[in-house]
Design a binder for this molecule. Structure first.
Ligand code: DAK
Length: 259
């Protein structure tokens, strides 16, 4: 499948998805979101990858947000379709294989929300993050008010969203908006190292752990613990569990088959 505004590269068990509109700081117009949707629905499931890195092409931006030029004269109906398209794309990422946002520059508005839909965020020390939407008379509508609140708490989420101010990568790490900050030139190496580490682990275990964390987060603890129990029991019945424990006892690396 040929894409124009995204680029996909495979390296062994890892995939890298580049948002590729550097002339517009990788702002997400409808066409880019449409390509992302096709990739996530029609390409990724058949690839058998163990982890996906999402990043921005060029040296300046991860994603500078929704495309303001395109949004400016949308009709109400078009705007609603645009929201649904983006929210759907972000949900596909959230419910897919482990994902890492490699934040290589500006991650603003919908760009910051894209990073929030990924499982782990690694930022370049040059990255800038924020939700400038209130400066445009709107507020984050691609999951930002919900995912940021869950990740950094309502106080910090409100401070960022109400002011629209950008923060640097160090501050983002301090408040828990990103998990790691690394030197700019090492960003992709670090993201790939993390993806490779995840790729070596039991794939069923990682996948079900993701489900337990994501689905359990919105449940009360009792229900969440029941969910955890049922999912970890599935792992216990897998061939991978036998292989993992056998490899430990035989003092060798496991060879997981995702069975
Ligand atoms: N959209 C379209 N084009 C953009 C863009 C964006 N978000 N960001 C940058 N560009 C374009 C610029 O227009 C410029 O294009 P030309 O003028 O050269 O044609 C090019 O990228 C380079 O940008 P600059 O010349 O501005 O570069 P600087 O280094 O001077 O500044 C900047 C970088 C990131 C500080 C600046 O570009 C900037 O402030 N960009 C806008 C950032 C922003 O406001 N992002 C949030 C977008 S709004 C909702 C649903 C969705 C959303 C909200 C609500 N509902 C459900 C209610 C989502 C909203 C957003 O994400």
């Amino acid at each position: 499948m040929a894409f124009k505004l995204i680029e996909y590269k495979r390296e062994g068990d890892i995939g890298v998805l580049y948002i590729n509109r550097p002339q517009a700081l990788n702002a997400l117009n409808r066409e880019t979101l449409g390509e992302m949707k096709s990739f996530l629905k029609d390409v990724l499931p058949g690839e058998g990858l163990r982890a996906l890195i999402v990043t921005g092409a060029g040296d300046k931006a991860f994603v500078a947000g929704a495309d303001i030029k395109e949004m400016y004269d949308m009709t109400d109906g078009e705007f609603e379709d645009y929201i649904e398209l983006a929210q759907g794309v972000y949900e596909l990422i959230e419910n897919s294989i482990p994902s890492i946002a490699a934040i290589n520059g500006y991650a603003l508005g919908g760009g910051c929300e894209l990073a929030l839909a990924c499982d782990v965020r690694i930022a370049s020390d040059k990255a800038k993050l924020g939700f400038p939407e209130v400066k445009l008379g709107i507020f984050p509508g691609w999951g930002g008010t919900q995912r940021a609140t869950r990740l950094i708490g309502p106080g910090k989420a409100k401070e960022l969203i109400f002011t629209g101010e950008m923060i640097d990568a160090q501050e983002a790490q301090r408040i828990g908006l990103v998990e790691r900050v690394v030197p700019h030139e090492k960003l992709m190496e670090e993201a790939k190292n993390l993806a490779s580490t995840i790729a070596k682990r039991g794939p069923i275990a990682v996948r079900l752990a993701k489900t337990a964390i994501n689905a359990g987060y919105d449940m009360d603890l009792k229900k969440a613990l029941l969910l955890e129990k049922s999912l970890v029991s599935i792992c216990f019945k897998s061939e991978d569990r036998v292989e993992g424990m056998k490899a430990f006892l035989e003092k060798r690396e496991p060879s997981f088959k995702s069975k």
